[in-house]
Design a protein around this ligand. Structure first.
Ligand SMILES: [Zn+2]
Length: 436
């Protein structure tokens, strides 16, 4: 079905950063057919954006969508991951909860204008089915971990499990399965190498947490006299199939390596700042041309699964860190949330900008709310004034998944089902909290 959106302030995010303050875009399920001032192409559906901003769907480059039940639990607990999150995950996570949480998270992301995301979790075959049902674009990595996990009885069981899922899932227009060794300090080198081999065979990306934790840096320095990034490189695991989440503690030498090997980075500002871990060297990464996208991280880490607050935090943290108001103009920030995110996931040929022939993954941000008036510069409005509740319409591959602020799925039902399935989780969380 062909759709036309008219009377829109269109930000194409193409190579020239073309924009049309009163433009039209026409698309179908296969591709974008027209972007510009006015189209003669007829469409079955016409939407009047009433001056709203149309831009490519946002790309969330790092998340753990199934962790919704953990949101707002022990947010201020020191060393929360090792003391609280992992014991709770091992004790309370199961397939049903992972899938219901994931569906809830997909609704939240779609409603906030995220049309594509990269996720690391468990039971990814079931999560892939949920994506297929709900119509969102995703790369889902089965987590590989040095201890048994909720879906693997043996240490590193995720490797075989993930490979099996990848083989049986095959090619899908929207959903790709892959492997995600949890972090540099929670996997052996040989596991990373095996995972990279499988990832290359399937031409996907390997996702991992890297240069994120103080104790991770200390461990690599003491054990190998290397940084985690240098260690990954020494294994042959730093290349254009690698997506590194965080890189907060990457030094200049690491950044040169990431640049030379053409690896991608996911910058998770909201999660990093909440945990007090530091501000990643984003200015230096971007100056080197490293593909960097924005990530929400899991709902227990960044709490909200939207990129509006991340865009603002990225701009504010970098300007503050470098004492430079002119650094990262709003236009550059919107690039990180769209085309650069797509580039970091190696999906920039299909999505990330509004260009004829590309997939119609796009959103319309309403300017009706009080915070959106007046609007002189659409990029500034998106970064500094807008919030996720201003997202009015969302399309993935031309399909209208959020219509007039509401998802096409029954979100109340999804929430009720999730809440019911959280009873055991709530009890176990309380028990672990008592032991902290
Ligand atoms: Zn993460």
């Amino acid at each position: 079905m062909r759709t036309k959106i008219k009377n829109a302030w269109i930000l194409t995010m193409n190579g020239n950063m073309d924009e049309y303050p009163c433009g039209e875009i026409v698309f179908d399920e296969k591709q974008i057919l027209y972007v510009g001032e006015k189209s003669e192409i007829q469409a079955e559906v016409e939407i009047d954006a009433k001056g709203g901003i149309v831009l490519p769907g946002m790309v969330n480059t790092h998340s753990h969508a199934s962790m919704i039940p953990f949101r707002s639990l022990q947010d201020d607990c020191p060393d929360r991951l090792r003391r609280f999150l992992i014991p709770l995950e091992n004790g309370a996570m199961n397939e049903e909860l992972a899938v219901l949480s994931f569906k809830y998270a997909v609704v939240e992301m779609l409603m906030s204008g995220i049309t594509c995301f990269a996720d690391m979790y468990y039971y990814v075959d079931k999560l892939a089915q949920a994506c297929d049902e709900m119509g969102i674009r995703a790369i889902l990595g089965e987590t590989v971990y040095y201890e048994p996990t909720c879906d693997a009885k043996e240490a590193y069981g995720g490797l075989e499990l993930g490979k099996k899922y990848m083989d049986s899932w095959g090619k899908h227009p929207l959903v790709t399965l892959t492997l995600a060794p949890h972090a540099t300090n929670t996997n052996e080198g040989t596991i990373f190498q095996k995972a990279m081999e499988i990832v290359k065979e399937h031409n996907t990306i390997l996702m991992t947490h890297a240069a994120e934790m103080d104790y991770e840096m200390k461990y690599f320095k003491e054990t190998y006299k290397l940084s985690p990034i240098e260690w990954l490189d020494s294994l042959g695991c730093l290349n254009d199939h690698t997506l590194l989440a965080h890189c907060i503690l990457a030094n200049e030498k690491d950044l040169v390596l990431i640049q030379e090997k053409n690896a991608g980075v996911s910058h998770c500002i909201s999660s990093n700042m909440k945990a007090g871990k530091g501000i990643a060297p984003l200015k230096e990464m971007v100056a080197k041309g490293i593909p960097v996208g924005l990530g929400t991280d899991g709902p227990s880490s960044g709490n909200t699964l939207e990129l509006f607050s991340s865009m603002r935090l990225v701009a504010q943290s970098q300007k503050t860190k470098h004492h430079d108001r002119a650094l990262f103009p709003a236009k550059e920030i919107v690039k990180l949330a769209t085309i650069e995110g797509a580039r970091s996931l190696r999906l920039d040929k299909q999505i990330g900008s509004l260009e004829v022939g590309k997939q119609a993954d796009l959103i319309c941000v309403s300017v009706d709310a009080p915070n959106m008036f007046p609007m002189y510069d659409a990029y500034s409005a998106l970064v500094y004034s807008a919030c996720s509740h201003d997202v009015k319409d969302v399309f993935v591959a031309g399909k209208h998944l959020v219509k007039d602020f509401q998802p096409i799925v029954n979100r109340k039902k999804i929430r009720e089902e999730l809440s019911t399935s959280m009873n055991d989780f709530r009890r176990i969380a309380k028990e672990i909290e008592k032991s902290l």
